[in-house]
Design a protein around this ligand. Structure first.
Ligand code: TXA
Ligand code: MG
Length: 335
């Protein structure tokens, strides 16, 4: 996969970052829209390209845990343990910010979010940027604010096109949903955004229970109720309700898109107004394909996307979170 990114491409990306421009790059979770974290003009450009409100902080990406003190102060043992165990990987840590870390990337808070991604292209970019004097790359997911995160280079080009100087194509992302965010800035570590690395994985590593996120928790924009949303209204229904509802809508002459397990998809059969995608039975496979599936169904010209609710269980927590946010604001239309 990383073979598709040449050293020339990489050098062009570093040049662009040095010039204050934006660079999209693959991570193992989703594609990021990167800017030099120390360059306020570049960061402003990043927020403008995404259409992101200024008070929503971004994640600083670093190539090595050794660079963590450049961004964070008072690094607690829990942070050290989590970084040692899970970096590079789909984990973001929220820590007290080091002096000199700008309000523009923290949303004015005294904390900063940092992560070391596991994708080989991301790590090559971070190392090359570091060698050129750029010690951190801020990178929100490379989508317009509130929309579905991109998991391929093509998704990035469709959505942000002209705003990006260089798009590094590292193939489809392996994890598929955004990193798990853990706040280690307070006494009790707590999960602010669930991901494929589960709360249990975090607790096992720390050997202690986690705290609960509360109103005083730092702001997480992925935690806004409506987020990760397709344009087509989306409803989340349990298996049997799913089939009933789909049949009602089809009978009413509407076009309906469905993301469901193979069993339900097969039982729905073929219908001129029906567009189906089968979801993987395992959480890893489901997450990997989730955003590409939602994009495809969003583009199918249907009145409604019906998603079969995923099974309960810790492994599905991050997926359920993203689906609930995608469904937010879309109540079931009267059948
Ligand atoms: O997997 C990921 O984390 C991807 C890839 C590109 O690394 N990035 C990503 O970035 O999802 P973004 O900007 O879409 O989401 C960053 C999240 C937001 O929910 C933001 O509120 C939260 O991180 N965040 C950033 N700084 C924070 C802070 N100081 N305290 C609490 N949350 C913070
Ligand atoms: Mg995002």
């Amino acid at each position: 996969m990383s073979a598709t990114v040449s050293d020339t491409d990489l050098a062009a990306a570093v040049d662009a970052l040095r010039a204050g421009q934006l660079v999209a790059f693959p991570t193992e979770t989703v594609y990021g829209l990167g800017a030099n974290a120390r360059d306020p003009v570049a960061v402003a450009r990043l927020y403008a390209a995404k259409g992101r409100p200024a008070d929503h902080p971004v994640i600083v990406h670093i190539g090595s845990v050794e660079d963590l003190p450049l961004w964070a102060r008072d690094i607690p043992p829990a942070a050290r343990a989590l970084a040692a165990r899970f970096w590079p990987g789909p984990l973001t840590l929220v820590l007290k910010r080091a002096t000199g870390v700008r309000d523009a990337i923290t949303g004015g808070q005294d904390t900063v979010a940092v992560r070391c991604p596991a994708h080989p292209v991301a790590l090559r970019l971070l190392a090359a940027a570091r060698a050129a004097g750029i010690d951190g790359i801020v990178a929100p997911s490379a989508n317009r604010f509130g929309r579905i995160s991109p998991t391929t280079a093509a998704h990035v080009r469709e959505e942000l096109g002209d705003a990006v100087a260089v798009v590094l194509d590292g193939g489809p992302c392996a994890v598929g949903i955004e990193s798990t965010i853990v706040d280690v800035s307070a006494a009790e570590p707590r999960v602010l955004r669930p991901g494929m690395l589960t709360a249990q994985d975090i607790a096992d590593c720390l050997g202690s229970a986690l705290g609960h996120a509360d109103a005083a928790a730092p702001r997480v924009s992925g935690a806004l109720p409506a987020h990760y949303a397709p344009r087509t209204p989306l409803v989340l229904l349990a298996g049997g309700d799913c089939a009933n509802h789909v049949h009602q809508r089809l009978a009413a002459g509407e076009r309906v898109a469905v993301l469901a397990g193979t069993g339900l998809v097969q039982s729905l059969g073929a219908h001129a107004g029906l567009r189906t995608l089968s979801a993987a039975p395992d959480a890893d496979g489901y997450a990997r394909a989730l955003y590409a599936n939602l994009r495809e169904l969003d583009a199918a010209g249907c009145a409604l996307i019906v998603v079969e609710a995923p099974p309960p269980g810790a492994a599905w927590r991050g997926i359920a979170d993203r689906l609930q946010r995608a469904a937010q604001g879309h109540s079931l239309p009267p059948a």
